[in-house]
Design a protein around this ligand. Sequence first.
Ligand SMILES: [Zn+2]
Ligand SMILES: [Zn+2]
Length: 339
Amino acid sequence: MSALPATMRAWETRGEGTLHPVERPVPRPGPGEVALRVHVCGVCRTDLHVRDGDLAPRRSPVVPGHEVVGTVVGLGAGVTRFAAGERVGVAWLRHTCGACRWCRRGAENLCPESRYTGWDEDGGYAEYAVAPAGFAYALPEALPDEQAAPLLCAGIIGYRALRRAAVPPGGRLGLYGFGGSAHITAQVAIAQGAEVHVLTRDAAARALALELGAVSAGEAYDAPPVPLDSAIVFAPVGDLVPPALAALDRGGTLAVAGIHLSAVPELDYQRHLFRERTLTSVTSNTRADGEELLALAPRLGVTATVTPYPLGRAAHALDDLAADRVHGAAVLHIGDLRP
Ligand SMILES: [Zn+2]
Ligand SMILES: [Zn+2]
């Protein structure tokens, strides 16, 4: 393995609403960790919540970014899962205890000891990153870097949300909000036989939804043209919960996919919940969710619509995401040195 440089370019935040470009020491892998030279890092809405302090800072300053694709350039003590030169992905979940009652029943996403990339530890808005080998993903060769990155959070969380939304075979699924996660989830759902209806305020996103095979695309607060068996709220907007519940047919399920949601207005039992409608959340993901989606996505022909940014424009990428100016998923190209 060639020697790593001493310092690297990165972005960090203290949760005060801004990102700062910095020169930092290149991190060295600890026991059980791999070091990566980062190729690309996806930009996720959760990075905005870290930047803006919606998620209380757990490490400050922290390098955001949890859709990290890179080449292994260093192995900590005891790592046998990967070898130098392999391409791997690093996602949001990076540690669980393995011993609590949730870990033991296959729900490690609920582990109270869980830790996260780009929040508890430094992430991928940087030239190099380290991650626990046990939580990194081998990436299928069929997935180019730029396609793999959005799958690592947007894709995986959407996939878990899709399962939490319990779409019956051939059922009708409503997607509220249509950004990075929803546009991948829609493709998986359609490939698996669901009829997808999209509701979003963004006209370009509605056009993309129809292009990808959605049956209808309406304004965020419109009623869908048919009652829904399942729905997923992707937009971090609690005001969408009552209309999404009201749009459900008997026995329908609404899953809220975000880690952060603005206040949910008062619900009316008859209009929103009676007739056995279910309201549930989605909390992170298990490693099994990730393995499944990464294997499934290339097979189903899922293609993320990507808006690329050079590393030097990470702050702009987040501003664009906050203002709904990103088409599909934003991805930082770490080796692109343009300002
Ligand atoms: Zn645990
Ligand atoms: Zn994310």
